[in-house]
Design a protein. Structure first.
Lengths: 96, 96
DNA sequence: CTTGTATTTAGATATTTATCTAATTATCTT
DNA sequence: AAGATAATTAGATAAATATCTAAATACAAG
């Protein structure tokens, strides 16, 4: 839906790497953090943007919060790019 | 392949709209500018980022500089997103 | 109910970025 | 060569953003 949130979320290399880590399965925030040299607070900020774009979903499991990839939104994103390749026909009007 | 330039370029709504305008055919900078409420200088900045990402190509035609879409890079971008959907196998750089 | 662990939020800061106006470069026309 | 038009570059600025430390929240287990 909001293409803006989506592409903004994808613009940051750390966030793309988070998605790549989640490719192989859902993980709690702490486990994700082990892949990165930045603080958990900073990662939390990235999680927020990924959630806003609906690229990830969360589920609380005890004290852990488990993140998982929302693959359908990734498909949507790829689709939005492909749309730019076709001559303008079914133009679903976009945001600013 | 600098995915960073690519996704950064796609993150801005004005730049995505430029690509959308170019979908229907190549255009000189001035003609593109008519679709936007910002100055030509600002647009030139956006053109630079799109060129850096190789999302557009340029060709001088007299006093005009004609911009056109580089569709293969858009395909690449869509492909990069699709890669995030598959379990991590052919992860790295080069391809057949 | 207190202590420990996991995660997020708050507040601050340095960098990046989108935009503007003004100046510059490149080409065309007379 | 001079003037007009097209586009870019330079320099400045306000807003956005990625990061940090410190504080707060949520849950689990003694």
């Amino acid at each position: 839906m909001p293409a803006q949130h989506l592409f903004k979320a994808l613009a940051d290399p750390t966030r793309r790497e988070i998605l790549r880590v989640l490719r192989d399965g859902s993980l709690p925030a702490g486990d994700i953090a082990e892949h990165f040299p930045i603080t958990r607070a900073s990662l939390s900020h990235h999680f927020n943007l990924l959630k806003q774009a609906e690229l990830v979903r969360t589920e609380r499991r005890g004290q852990h919060i488990v993140y998982s990839l929302n693959t359908s939104v990734l498909e949507d994103a790829a689709g939005l790019l492909m749309e730019l390749l076709r001559p303008k026909t079914t133009e679903t009007t976009d945001e600013s």
